[in-house]
Design a protein around this ligand. Structure first.
Ligand code: ZN
Length: 111
């Protein structure tokens, strides 16, 4: 996206723009942190007791970008390194940010 800058910003506009920049930087930090947290990658799934909890848990997480409410668009199963993982594809209701939250269903031990 190529946003054209106004040629002569007023000082108020300059201040607002620098606020937006620091907000955006915070948002990028939160997005990076969310990827490193539990559920942020296939290597770091959130363990749940049952697949019915996947969408519930995923939609309870705040949007890392704007801290808004997320809804689950889709929920898919993936075989990764001998485990079956569930990926909840979420979209923020406020800003539209999309992410994938990873889950592993805890296997009940036989005997
Ligand atoms: Zn958001």
């Amino acid at each position: 996206m190529m946003a054209r800058r106004p040629p002569k910003p007023t000082s108020a506009r300059t201040v607002r723009r620098s606020d937006e920049r620091s907000n955006e930087k915070l948002a990028q930090d939160r997005i990076r942190l969310a990827k490193l947290s539990e559920g942020g990658a296939a290597e770091r799934p959130i363990t749940v007791e049952s697949s019915s909890l996947v969408e519930l848990r995923a939609s309870a997480l705040p949007c890392p970008r704007c801290l808004g409410e997320q809804r689950v668009d889709d929920h898919t199963a993936h075989a990764v390194a001998g485990d079956v993982l569930r990926a909840a594809h979420t979209r923020c209701k406020q800003c539209g940010f999309e992410r994938t939250v990873w889950f592993r269903i805890a296997q009940r031990l036989a005997n």
